[in-house]
Every structure is written in structure tokens, then in C-alpha cells.
Ligand binder design. Structure first.
Ligand SMILES: [Zn+2]
Ligand SMILES: [Zn+2]
Length: 229
């Protein structure tokens, strides 16, 4: 039927990160740890409480799997997500989170002091490719006749809150939400999904899931959101 054909037509690849504890000089892709910064830059701080925001995620686009759409569409640069782990303000780009693309240029390792907040580094040392069909959350057609039975996908954790993943379809905790690109208005796409306490030692509210989205036409337009029950 139409719904099944639509799902099959929207099959997407995704990649699950394989991680190793620690931060390594030759390994730019990681959860937590210290970020690379532009040469003249200091570690981003939370606008609400003033503390340094820990690095949540860093990805060197040019080192991502060759077939990942973000690699073709963005090309190069360092994708970074910072978030405040301190002030209890709901994480948002309104001051307590920063999602950005740092251009591929000279970089320095961020300087630290004893006050610098950092989450334990987990380096991404490999990727495991899978494929994924969209769920009914993404369906914009007529109302589905019945609650469609979704075939469980073997690589998905049984807890139902999604998984750390590069690309593919988001595991929405509540509802599908794609902010329009501020430049062109096209709906943004999933760049990376971060689950609570998998690669990143952080809990998004009540075992929530975070979404880093991007515009496939405007590489520097990233956005960050999260959902929780
Ligand atoms: Zn804060
Ligand atoms: Zn755009």
C-alpha cells in the first residue's frame, strides 16, 4: 500500500558510532573531552550562568563515512555542539547551547583551567552502517487507517529512546520537528542524534534524546533541540 511504498522510497542509511574511552590527538571525532577552537577563540561560555560549556560532540566532516550525505553536502569543517551542564536552564541555543560549524582552518586545542567543565571523552573510532525506514511520525499524508505495525529494526536498542547515530531518521521522543533553515527556509535534516548516557555522559532531562540538524544547502546553519517524555 501507499504507506509501505512511501517508507521504502525513504529508506536512509545511518551510522552508529563505535567508541573508545579517552581523547586522542589524531582522532577529532568524539563525545565530551576538550574541543578544538579557532586560534583567537576562547572556550564558549553559558550566557545564563557564565561557566564554560562542556563539549558534547565534535565531528570532523571530512573524516565521516564517505557515503554520509553530510559529508557530500557540507564537505569540510568541524561540527561542534556545546551545552551547559551547570545552570539547570533547559538547554537551548538561547544561551545555554551552541551548535556550529567551525571552518576548516588553523585550530588550537582549547586551554583549560581547574574550573573548566568537561564531560568524559569518548572517541569515535569507527562507524557501523545500517539502513532505516521512516516511522509514522514522518508521514504527512492522510490519516493512517490503523496504527501501523512497525517492524522492529534489529540494531535499535529495546529501550525505545533512540540511539547515538549519524544521519538517518530521528527517533522522535514526542513528535517530528524540523526547524526551517534561517537562510532558505528548507526544513533541516538530521545530522546527528545523541541519546542520553550512551556515548555522551549526559542526561537530557528524563532520558531524552537530542537532535543536531543541518541545512543541506547552507552548511553553517545548524540547529539543536531535544525531546523528553
Ligand atoms: Zn549555564
Ligand atoms: Zn538553507
Amino acid at each position: 500500500m501507499v504507506y509501505d511504498q512511501w517508507r521504502e522510497a525513504n529508506r536512509r542509511p545511518l551510522w552508529l558510532p563505535q567508541t573508545q574511552e579517552g581523547q586522542f590527538a589524531n582522532q577529532p571525532n568524539r563525545f565530551g573531552g576538550a574541543p578544538d577552537l579557532a586560534p583567537d577563540e576562547t572556550w564558549p561560555r553559558c550566557r545564563h550562568c557564565g561557566v564554560t560549556m562542556p563539549l558534547f560532540l565534535q565531528l570532523d566532516v571530512a573524516t565521516l563515512p564517505a557515503k554520509a550525505p553530510v559529508r557530500t553536502e557540507v564537505g569540510q569543517g568541524l561540527v561542534q555542539l556545546f551545552g551547559c551542564a551547570d545552570c539547570g536552564a533547559p538547554l537551548s541555543e538561547d544561551g545555554s547551547a551552541v551548535a556550529r560549524l567551525l571552518p576548516a582552518a588553523a585550530r588550537q586545542t582549547a586551554l583549560m583551567s581547574h574550573q573548566t567543565k568537561m564531560l568524559p571523552p569518548q572517541s569515535i573510532v569507527g562507524w557501523q552502517r545500517h539502513e532505516q525506514l521512516p516511522t509514522a511520525d514522518e508521514w504527512e499524508g492522510d490519516e493512517l487507517p490503523d496504527e501501523e505495525e512497525e517492524q522492529p529494526q534489529p540494531w535499535i536498542d529495546q529501550h525505545g529512546f533512540g540511539h547515538d547515530q549519524l544521519g538517518g531518521w530521528p527517533s522522535w521522543v514526542q513528535y517530528a520537528e524540523y526547524p526551517p533553515c534561517p537562510v532558505c527556509g528548507r526544513p533541516q535534516r538530521l545530522l546527528f542524534q545523541i541519546a542520553s548516557e550512551q556515548g555522551l555522559d549526559f542526561m537530557f532531562c528524563d532520558v531524552g534524546t537530542a537532535y543536531l540538524l543541518y541545512c543541506s544547502h547552507h552548511a553553517d546553519q545548524l540547529s539543536f533541540s531535544w525531546q523528553s517524555t
